[in-house]
Design a protein around this ligand. Structure first.
Ligand SMILES: [Zn+2]
Ligand SMILES: [Zn+2]
Length: 396
């Protein structure tokens, strides 16, 4: 089967990508985006299922004997920020912006579905998954809870994300932990506020909060080994004090990253002890909330090898073997907890304006020159041989 794509077809995908970029939607509210994608897929003769985990879409290409079915996943949601670009396809919705390239991801997966559906000799059951709310880390679970893997049979799932800083045509992948977990914490210290001239009659939550901020810096090194990758960051410190009023309450929020679930558990348990002990020593009350927003993303070794191998079949593409793990998080990790598979990064460019801007930067734009590589990648995985299940690492 040929994976060579005509310029006319690529131009249609670029036009579609720019249409999504102009009209971004965020979170679970991606109905118009899902409408546009579904319409194209239905017209091409794929079986389209809607409203999976609110606005998720699954388009099924039911070819072959049903042996070795797989799923490909793209995200559809934008970011809740203003775009700084002024080009013709800039966002027309203030406060909404495709700053992570999910417009490109959706266009590339759509392209692969259209291309494969037009290949008469293609024989495989593939489910093309378009998920909402990747950015908040809730869309994958919503689709899984709505029966994604019960209603659509898949032996493996694959994901892809663009990355500025990698050349167009360069891919990066690693087996095992590839993207970090993200935990978020909130520490509320409840003291007793009052006149700033009489602190001895009060319980000053700012003094306690300042100690807590300093103490949690020791979690990485004194609790989590310095040789394990982990980050604990305080990102906000709010009080209800005033110029001459000692505060009654302090709220400290922050974010933790790492690559293994046991590290997340260690950070949570040590942070809880630091908060409880500091508050107890000054007679303050507290409320401590610690939530995992994203689990670590674990690629199976066998599927990672398959993905790296198929990149070699794409003209002008290569896999960076020296790339290592990445510190950002990815909601697709939830799907990889249920099914084996692999997630790959694909270059968005390194030098041209916009394309080398980091993800989530107000000047970022998805690079349309990457569309060919993404579509050909999906088609190459679709045509790859089945991964022997016994050699795959199914994450627990
Ligand atoms: Zn993002
Ligand atoms: Zn993204």
């Amino acid at each position: 089967m040929k994976n060579v794509l005509s310029q006319k077809f690529l131009d249609e995908l670029i036009t579609f990508r720019k249409q999504l970029h102009r009209g971004p939607e965020i979170g679970f509210n991606v109905k118009k985006t899902a409408d546009l994608i579904s319409e194209m897929l239905s017209k091409a003769g794929l079986e389209v299922s809607r409203d999976i985990g609110t606005n998720g879409v699954v388009a099924s290409l039911n070819r072959g004997s049903g042996v070795d079915p797989i799923g490909f996943r793209a995200d559809m949601d934008a970011l809740p920020i203003d775009e700084a670009n002024n080009f013709a396809h800039a966002s027309v919705h203030s406060g909404k912006f495709h700053g992570c390239g999910h417009d490109g991801h959706a266009a590339m997966l759509l392209g692969a579905a259209l291309h494969l559906s037009r290949q008469e000799n293609f024989e495989r059951e593939i489910h093309f998954i378009f998920q909402p709310d990747e950015e908040n880390g809730n869309g994958a679970i919503a689709m899984i809870d709505s029966g994604l893997f019960e209603d659509f049979k898949m032996d493996a799932v694959y994901g892809l994300h663009n990355l500025p800083g990698l050349n167009v045509g360069e891919f990066a992948i690693q087996s095992g932990a590839f993207c970090s977990f993200e935990d978020n914490f909130e520490i509320k210290i409840i003291g007793r506020g009052g006149h700033s001239s009489m602190p001895e009659k009060l319980i000053d939550p700012i003094v306690i909060g300042a100690k807590i901020v300093t103490d949690i810096q020791t979690i990485v090194s004194r609790t989590v080994s310095p040789s394990d990758h982990a980050v604990v960051s305080v990102t906000n410190f709010e009080t209800d004090g005033a110029r001459n009023v000692i505060a009654s309450e302090v709220k400290i929020t922050g974010d933790c990253r790492g690559f293994e679930a046991h590290i997340s558990e260690s950070i949570q348990s040590r942070m809880n002890a630091i908060v409880a002990n500091n508050c107890a020593s000054y007679d303050a009350d507290f409320r401590f909330t610690y939530l995992t927003s994203f689990v670590p993303l674990l690629n199976s070794e066998a599927h990672t090898n398959l993905c790296a191998k198929v990149v070699d079949k794409i003209s002008g593409a290569c896999v960076r073997s020296d790339f290592g793990r990445v510190g950002f998080s990815e909601d697709f990790a939830q799907m990889l907890k249920v099914k084996p598979g692999a997630y790959i990064l694909m270059g968005n460019g390194i030098d041209a304006a916009n394309y080398s801007e980091p993800l989530h930067c107000p000047n970022y734009d998805f690079n349309d020159a990457a569309i060919r590589f993404g579509v050909e990648y999906w088609c190459a995985v679709a045509n790859a041989e089945k991964v022997p299940l016994q050699s795959s690492l199914i994450p627990d």
